[in-house]
Design a protein around this ligand. Structure first.
Ligand SMILES: [Zn+2]
Length: 175
């Protein structure tokens, strides 16, 4: 009996460590995609736009890329997430983006969160929190509102330090 319970304990701890490993693997994959979004945030910065970048990923492949282009395009809706969703929609030939994940360096605003629900995105992963205009709990809790007919899975804080440092430095230089 004692040997059985020891075996059971060892097996349990083995499965817990497997779960922890798969969790780490997911986190590392999220960080790798966020690093790609950060490159696009830098592209926005090089165009004197607020440095936010976004990508849309489906089946382990980037199908949409976007960065803030409000000033360049004279377009109040040209946030990185909208641009990334537009390019993903073109790539898929579909106005909906099922089974897709969007990675964005900053917590989305209400406009972008609304578009993500319309797009039926499966998952949102963001970097820095936005306590002023964020719609994923930063200022508004729009994404998790139970009245929506679609719910996204949300992960936050991925490469948050790098994402927020880019924004902080950008606004600091402009002061
Ligand atoms: Zn937005």
């Amino acid at each position: 009996m004692a040997a059985d319970s020891t075996t059971a304990r060892i097996e349990t701890s083995f499965w817990w460590s497997c779960l922890a490993m798969s969790r780490d693997a997911v986190d590392m994959q999220d960080e790798a995609w966020m690093a790609k979004a950060l490159l696009l945030a830098r592209k926005a910065e090089s165009e004197n736009e607020v440095p936010v970048g976004a990508i849309v990923v489906k089946d382990n492949e980037i199908i949409g890329r976007g960065w803030n282009r409000n000033i360049g395009l004279n377009d109040p809706s040209a946030h990185a997430e909208i641009m990334a969703m537009r390019s993903a929609g073109e790539a898929l030939g579909n106005y909906r983006l099922p089974d897709c994940t969007i990675y964005v360096t900053l917590e989305p605003c209400t406009m972008c969160a609304g578009a993500m629900i319309h797009a039926r995105l499966a998952r949102l992963v963001f970097g820095a929190d936005d306590p002023k205009t964020g719609a994923a709990g930063g200022m508004f809790d729009l994404l998790s509102h139970p009245a929506h007919n679609h719910q996204l899975q949300v992960s936050s804080g991925v490469l948050a330090d790098a994402c927020s440092a880019l924004l902080r430095d950008f606004f600091h230089q402009r002061r």
